[in-house]
Design a protein around this ligand. Structure first.
Ligand code: DLL
Length: 441
């Protein structure tokens, strides 16, 4: 369901609107946020220099450390009395980043997310089961307000307490489920454990995101649950979920909400724009935000763009699924690889389930990488729970060869019995970095 006319507007119409909004945003940040005013002066740009949408490249980039350096509210463009909400990152790798919203920001965010849920197949009047975490994380409340805006009956279950989630799905009969892909897998497996066939629920559509996932993971979730699973992307610094959303018709790239965000993809080394279709770092500029506007914010996420028209009828730019974050990229003996690429090939192995972890340790000057995987429950039963040494070494060798041939990296593979890898209730932890610990020992 297409909710807004901008989704099918011509490129000229979209860019005209973007230019007007960009000019307003640049003017506002110059007036209201000393950080931007000073940075623009340093770069020798003034708000009057933005005469076409391409002039955006004259503006300096903003990075996460700019947010941390102005913790908590230094980059806000409104007074406290105009704010109605803040969200924040967990701050596991430094000070949390704090973002704020005015009433209008919440209204536009709700409309953006309503559009996203409709793009994924949601319809007014049906139930939406929202298993994203509620709280400072933007997932829970972001999807919640969007779902209500669309007119869906919203079940604010949040993450965790999986058995209750299953009972609610059984009783309320939602058609849409929203959660991280890793948590949905967890829910589906628990249904199987309880003797329920996950394909027999009322669910038809999934709105999955907040962490990188692969096409193979999509296939696994769609097969297990008998649903269409679509990718939702966003980050709190830009607004939260809904910055882009895949359509259930084509499932081929995520439509960017271009009336609210201007997207660029740049080479993270040279910071120059890369051509459509080529991978680079996603950079977003907000076009309508009041409380926390961002100018050319470097997301650290790697993806590519396409301007081709989509079979769903939308004309908005689409981004590819996010391969991973620059800082999650592993460099193993000089070869770059993202955990999601490893996932992609790992899931071609039938005996393995899509729960895995990559453990990094330092041995002298060498990075040691171990891939921990676990075998499928059914398969485990078929061998009477006897994971013999011979079998483990055969399976780990097979996986080692697949990863080596496809990703060109040598990774030690450790095969475990079912339920050995920790399960997530939100964002999955795929990489466990023990390099610092081993250095300290
Ligand atoms: O994860 C917002 C969100 C909530 C998106 C619910 C989708 C669904 P943050 O906690 O600020 O916000 O984390 C943002 O998560 O920079 C990406 O690295 C990653 N991420 C988000 N969505 C996707 C996705 C929310 N669909 C960071 N695919 C981003 C891959 C994603 N990575």
């Amino acid at each position: 369901m297409i909710l807004h006319e901008i989704e099918t507007a011509s490129r000229g119409e979209i860019e005209k609107l973007q230019l007007e909004r960009l000019q307003e945003t640049v003017k506002r940040v110059c007036e209201k946020v000393p950080f931007y005013k000073e940075k623009f002066e340093e770069f020798g740009v003034a708000s009057g220099d933005i005469q076409s949408i391409r002039d955006i490249i004259k503006l300096p980039f903003t990075v996460k450390s700019d947010l941390r350096n102005h913790y908590p509210f230094g980059l806000f463009a409104v007074e406290q009395k105009e704010l109605v909400r803040v969200h924040a990152s967990s701050g596991t790798s430094g000070k949390p980043t704090v973002v704020g919203y005015t009433k209008n920001d919440i209204k536009s965010w709700s409309e953006i997310v309503a559009r996203a849920i409709a793009t994924a197949g949601g319809s007014p009047g049906e139930f939406l089961h929202n298993a994203y975490g509620y709280g400072l994380f933007t997932g829970g409340l972001g999807l919640h307000f969007g779902s209500e805006e669309l007119g869906m009956v919203t079940v604010p279950v949040s993450g965790g307490n999986t058995d209750r989630q299953i009972a609610l799905i059984e009783d309320f009969k939602p058609t849409v489920i929203c959660a991280t892909p890793s948590y949905v897998l967890n829910i589906a497996e628990r249904m199987e454990e309880l003797g329920n066939d996950p394909r027999n629920t009322s669910l038809k559509y999934g709105v999955f995101g907040a962490e990188p996932w692969s096409e193979e993971m999509r296939r696994t979730l769609e097969d297990k649950l008998g649903i269409k699973a679509c990718d939702i992307y966003g980050l709190s610094e830009v607004i939260g979920p809904g910055v882009s959303m895949e359509c259930h018709e084509a499932q081929n790239g995520l439509h960017v909400a271009e009336d609210h965000f201007f997207v660029e993809v740049v080479d993270p080394k040279t910071m120059q724009p890369v051509p459509d279709g080529e991978d680079g770092e996603l950079v977003f500029t907000s076009l309508t935000k009041e409380a926390f506007p961002v100018i050319r914010y470097r997301t650290g996420d790697i993806a590519s763009l396409t301007r081709d028209k989509c079979s769903c009828g939308r004309t908005t730019i689409r981004m590819s699924r996010v391969k991973g974050r620059i800082d999650d990229m592993l460099i193993i003996r000089g070869v770059n690889v993202f955990p999601s690429q490893i996932e992609h090939f790992l899931l071609t192995v039938n005996e393995i389930v899509p729960h895995y972890q990559i453990h990094l340790t330092q041995k002298g000057s060498l990075l040691n990488v171990e891939l921990h995987v676990e075998v499928d429950e059914e398969f485990y039963k078929s061998i009477n729970g006897n994971l013999s040494h011979e079998y483990v070494s055969h399976l780990s060798n097979r996986i080692y060869c697949i990863i080596k041939n496809q990703c060109l990296v040598s990774i030690e593979v450790k095969v475990h019995k079912p339920k050995s890898i920790p399960r997530s209730e939100g964002k999955a932890v795929r990489v466990v970095d023990r390099t610092k610990e081993s250095l300290e020992v």
